[in-house]
Design a protein around this ligand. Structure first.
Ligand code: ZN
Length: 158
């Protein structure tokens, strides 16, 4: 497993418009898109920050996990997300090493990104998310195919 970058930091807020305005007016970050994810019961404003992003999350109801987190702790960092080259290998490795996983099998989002969460109990109080981007998965698949083809050619040459 290789960590490719810090993909995003997700911040839970009560008022998405006010939070966007702060990040825009004080830090110069612009919103690239706003998306309502009904399955995750949040509206997300994506704000690119160099190679990474700040994601502002506003719960869409009072009963979701994110809403309860907000009620209990107030606004703040909800999770951080690391992009990995191979999420299957990463989860298998973490499991062997005894990390407490929320998802033992990656979940596939609508855009093809595969993600999984690691429990804050294992990550020193931080909810950690892992991402594998679809482009990266394909690249790994291509690389694996190339390695297999190379091995096959080597075996035949013996
Ligand atoms: Zn996230």
């Amino acid at each position: 497993m290789t960590i490719l970058k810090l993909d995003h930091v997700a911040i839970v807020v009560e008022d998405l418009a006010a939070a966007q305005q702060f990040y825009h007016d004080h830090l110069g970050l612009s919103v690239s898109r706003v998306e309502r994810l009904d399955d995750q019961e949040v509206t997300i404003a994506f704000m690119p920050a160099g190679e990474s992003q700040v994601e502002l999350l506003e719960p869409t109801n009072d009963t979701s996990g994110v809403a309860k987190y907000l009620q209990k702790r107030g606004p703040g960092i909800h999770h951080i997300c690391l992009e990995v080259d191979d999420i299957g290998a990463a989860l298998a490795d973490l499991k062997v090493k005894g990390a407490q996983l929320i998802h033992e099998v990656p979940v596939t989002a609508s855009d093809g990104t595969r993600f999984a969460f690691i429990h804050p109990k294992s990550a020193f109080g931080v909810l950690l998310e892992l991402y594998e981007r679809p482009e990266t998965g394909k690249r790994n698949g291509g690389l694996l195919a190339a390695v297999r083809a190379g091995l096959e050619a080597f075996r035949k040459a013996l």
